[in-house]
Design a binder for this molecule. Structure first.
Ligand code: SF4
Ligand code: SF4
Length: 438
């Protein structure tokens, strides 16, 4: 069985641990170069040839920075590796004109690497991270397969790829100006009116990119991608920030590309949306941050069921110990338990928007869901309950301490994530935190 060693460079802090992994490594103790110190970064480099896989360094590292992973027997050579002791990817999906292909898998398993390779942003090094990667090597590697032709055309600049990035909330930092001007400038397919209608964008056309919400930015990003003329379209998480109705609109617009004969690849975590959008799927499995393997091409229903069951029949691979189970429980009686907080009829007025909410109670041990389309006032309602916003009329009758996680995350904290949690979460590092959150 072959194995790889992965070092999480962000977690590794040799100054604080004094290279405890090296001190305990049996190979180093026998004066072999199983672990050496990288001259440049001063972080450890593990030799996968010399490592016996004993796992002592993994257990001894106080920061969980190092892992030694046994790879499944049947894997060929990786298609890309980011460097020594870094993530590697096995396999690529197969693309087909006129279809939407979905990618499904955990974060950190290689989906974005695949997008970068297929869009030509990253030349895969076939695992030879010490040598310069070239398209010629990749074309030779895929000789006789559909991907050979794809990479040939990509290298020659004869196919155009269009990519919708994942982090649309960052878009307004790089794309300035008014939405209409932006979309008009990219309308190479002459479909501006149709796409604006389909994605319900009329009321944001005159607005500046800086003033759009996450859902609006997502819809503008989808529109800007679809309006451009390309051969292959890649959508990285196109429905995050969108409500149910907007998701269905996005599905329709993305599917219209396939109906026009284009090839489309989508990364999507929402199983219902993936089902509605894709013709086929590839599942990704492995160890997040360590290695990722692309499964064979599967029909969308078969693929989603395999993902839920945690077992890939054709590959004979178990990707999860337990299937995902959806438990059904009876609704909780409304007046059950002790009241935690209570609010009167509430009204909040903004310029052009009014939110009204009927009086209500929140009970101990209760989860209350605010459900509705984007822009309908859910965040305003939560902010009033949390005391972040003051209602124009009405009040919270029973004040309680509230922890509030905002929709848009921006950090002005000067320190590590651990320091932030120590400062803000009293139960951080407690037994319950470690067992429930990890
Ligand atoms: S891997 Fe862990 S034990 Fe080794 S130097 Fe980094 S932090 Fe220290
Ligand atoms: S797994 Fe064992 S042999 Fe390999 S680097 Fe870690 S301590 Fe050394």
């Amino acid at each position: 069985m072959s194995r790889i060693s992965i070092l999480d460079k962000d977690k590794c802090q040799p100054k604080k641990c004094n290279y405890v992994c090296m001190h305990y490594c049996p190979g180093v103790r026998m004066e072999e170069d199983t672990i050496v110190i990288d001259e440049k970064s001063k972080k450890p480099l593990i030799s996968e040839e010399l490592c016996s896989g004993c796992g002592i360094c993994t257990n001894r590292c106080p920061f969980g920075a190092v892992s030694v992973i046994n790879l499944p027997e049947a894997l060929d050579e990786p298609i890309h590796r980011y460097g020594q002791n870094a993530f590697e990817l096995f396999g690529l999906p197969t693309l087909k004109d006129g279809t939407v292909l979905g990618l499904l898998g955990q974060n950190g398993i290689g989906k974005s690497t695949i997008m970068r390779i297929l869009s030509g942003e990253l030349i895969p090094n076939l695992g030879n991270y010490d040598e310069e990667a070239t398209w010629d090597n990749v074309i030779e590697y895929y000789k006789g397969s559909a991907l050979q032709n794809y990479f040939k055309l990509l290298q020659a600049g004869e196919i155009k790829t269009i990519h919708k990035p994942q982090m649309v909330d960052q878009l307004s930092k790089v794309v300035k100006g008014n939405v209409k001007t932006l979309l008009t400038n990219v309308d190479e397919r002459n479909k501006l009116d149709e796409i604006v209608d389909d994605l319900d964008l009329k009321n944001v056309l005159e607005r500046d990119m800086q003033n759009l919400s996450g859902g609006e930015l997502q819809r503008v990003a989808i529109a800007a991608t679809v309006l451009r003329e390309g051969d292959f379209y890649y959508f990285d998480e196109p429905t995050s920030w969108l409500d149910v109705r907007q998701r269905l609109n996005a599905v329709k617009v993305i599917r219209s590309l396939a109906e026009a004969g284009k090839s489309v690849l989508v990364i999507e975590h929402d199983l219902a949306t993936l089902d509605a959008m894709s013709d086929n799927v590839h599942l990704l499995y492995g160890e997040p941050g360590g290695y990722g393997v692309v499964s064979g091409n599967k029909g969308v229903r078969v693929g989603i069921n395999a993902y839920i069951n945690g077992f890939l029949q054709e590959e004979n691979v178990r990707i999860r110990k337990q299937p995902i189970e959806f438990s059904i429980r009876p609704p909780t009686p409304e007046d059950d338990g002790e009241v935690l907080s209570e609010y009167s009829d509430l009204k909040k007025e903004y310029d052009g928007f009014t939110l009204e909410a009927e009086a209500g109670k929140i009970y101990h041990d209760e989860i209350v869901t605010a459900f509705g389309s984007n822009g309908i006032g859910k965040t305003t309602f939560a902010k009033i309950l949390a005391g972040v916003e003051k209602a124009t009329e009405g009040d919270i009758l029973e004040k309680v301490d509230i922890a509030y996680k905002p929709q848009y995350i921006e950090s002005d904290f000067d320190g590590t994530a651990q320091e932030f949690l120590y400062a803000n979460a009293p139960t951080y590092d407690s037994n319950i935190f470690n067992s429930e959150i990890g």
